[in-house]
Design a protein around this ligand. Structure first.
Ligand code: NAP
Length: 306
């Protein structure tokens, strides 16, 4: 192997799985991935466009490849995490053209669309590689924690074979053989996160206008989310699946009246109301479509139609 072999440090973990793994891309996330693999005791080769970023990993025992081709040749499993799919395709093209990808498994943790995942799976397959696409549901400090979800889709055989190694990164959740599923779930979960963030910040601004600290409000908000709101979701999910929305807890029309109070209170305190106005108009469209006496879950009928 041409990779520059640096001093191998004593690995903290002693995995029974000694698969040689390569990490391509050593930005904030790729470096965290490589660290977690090294911490778990996996023989790890790394490559990055800007070579200096490999230095801290070399100090922890990683092999540093001089080129992407060397990096691909060194690993049975290739974990990629660069800016986007175009960059990854460019980086891997010489190895693919030389046939070096043949027989390897490519686990692509770069963020992209479901369509890009499908194209990358076809591209990898055409070059003889098994393909697994992934979505990382944490930030770099969370990598390595069993609490954090890593979403995977694509080749089930490759995922199953490498599941023990992938567990070093976080809790692996396999979604199915369609390569785009991990990206689809990733997008859906980020949408949920941003809506939640913005609703929380709107509430924080509202109570903050009367002098409540964000930290004080947040402990109450978390109790609301964990207890009541998560229970509402659990109740509403089967209603969505069944396409029937009994309004026996709170109807859409009742919630339209309630959100009016939020908009009034926020307007009076100089708080931007774009989010609650959007929510109110969406509820009103559901009501106009005949769901006024149904549960909030019926709003999905309006979302699907648009
Ligand atoms: P980052 O710190 O900006 O790192 C970007 C990486 O991509 C670097 O290794 C960079 O190489 C490489 N790169 C960019 N353009 C390239 C090109 N044309 N050719 C070769 N390499 C190129 O970003 P990051 O936070 O690590 O994110 C990487 C991926 O993980 C993204 O798709 C991101 O959406 C995803 N992700 C990140 C997080 C997070 O919290 N950070 C969470 C989930 C998913 P250089 O070092 O040479 O610039």
């Amino acid at each position: 192997m041409n990779a520059k072999h640096t001093q191998q440090k004593q690995a903290a973990g002693t995995p029974t799985d000694r698969t040689n793994v390569t990490v391509i891309g050593l930005g904030a996330m790729g470096s965290a991935l490589a660290c977690a693999l090294l911490d778990a005791g996996h023989p790890t080769t790394v490559w990055n466009r800007t070579p200096q970023k490999a230095k801290p990993l070399a100090d922890r025992g990683a092999l540093v490849a001089a080129t992407p081709e060397e990096a691909v040749a060194a690993g049975e499993l290739i974990v990629a995490c660069v800016l986007d799919y175009d960059a990854l395709r460019t980086v891997l093209a010489p190895a693919a053209e030389a046939g070096t990808l043949t027989g390897k498994t490519l686990v692509n943790l770069t963020s992209g669309s479901p369509e890009q995942a499908g194209e990358m799976a076809a591209w990898a397959g055409a070059h003889g590689a098994e393909y697994v696409d992934g979505g990382i549901m944490t930030t770099p400090p969370g990598v390595g924690s069993p609490e954090m979800m890593f979403l995977y889709s694509g080749s089930e055989a490759a995922f199953t074979a490498h599941r023990p190694l992938l567990s070093a990164l976080g809790d692996p959740l396999y979604l199915g053989t369609e390569p785009g599923l991990a990206s689809l779930y990733d997008a859906a979960l980020l949408g949920l996160m941003w809506a939640t963030f913005t609703g929380w910040l709107h509430g924080t601004a509202l109570v903050g206008a009367e002098g409540t600290a964000a930290t004080d409000f947040t402990s109450v908000a978390l109790r609301w989310l964990r207890g009541a709101v998560s229970g509402f979701l659990t109740t509403y999910a089967p209603q969505v699946d069944a396409g029937r929305y009994p309004g026996d807890d709170a109807t859409v029309d009742v919630q339209i009246a309630a959100i009016g109070h939020l908009i009034h209170a926020a307007a009076g305190r100089g708080i931007d109301n774009a989010l609650p106005e959007l929510l109110k108009s969406t509820m009103e469209r559901a009501s106009s479509a005949g769901h006024g006496n149904d549960s909030y879950a019926s709003v999905i009928e309006v979302l699907r139609r648009t």
